[in-house]
Design a binder for this molecule. Structure first.
Ligand SMILES: [Zn+2]
Length: 149
């Protein structure tokens, strides 16, 4: 599976999936507390009050088999993933919420804001992860650099 070549086909499916999961998390999640709002502001989020935090036992997996396989190959949505940011929706696996994680995920919210939303961010983010891998993606490096408590 050559992910870079498949990306143009997968991207619209990925965007749709992310928009659906983000909307569900926005409807069921909670707003940030005051200290959490400060964390979001510290890493540059423009509209911290729009963020919704959803704690889940397990992250949802895409139904589309091609998208699920691509996510697996890219090292996304794996069992070790503690947080997942989809637009203004931050999904956190039960027992993993910490200031450090919140700093990282809120920096992704900032990245979504800079990219102009879900579609814009995903097209850049997935391309970078397909090209250089999850750990070396500039988006992940930038988020890790903001995990400073
Ligand atoms: Zn990240």
């Amino acid at each position: 599976m050559n992910l870079e070549a498949l990306l143009p086909q997968l991207l619209p499916i990925a965007i749709k999936w992310v928009e659906t999961v983000a909307a569900d998390a926005a409807a069921t999640g909670r707003a940030l507390s005051n200290p959490e709002l400060s964390v979001a502001s510290r890493v540059g989020v423009r509209f911290p009050e729009r963020i919704r935090l959803r704690i889940l036992h397990q992250f949802p997996v895409p139904e589309d088999p091609r998208l699920a396989e691509a996510a697996r190959q890219l090292g996304l949505l794996g069992p070790n993933m503690a947080g997942l940011t989809l637009g203004y929706s931050i999904l956190v696996r039960e027992g993993h919420l910490s200031t450090r994680l919140l700093l990282h995920e809120c920096r992704h919210v900032y990245q979504y804001e800079q990219a102009g939303g879900i579609a814009g961010f995903l097209s850049e983010y997935l391309r970078s992860v397909a090209r250089v891998g999850y750990d070396d993606s500039p988006f992940e490096q930038d988020a890790r650099a903001h995990e400073v408590e």
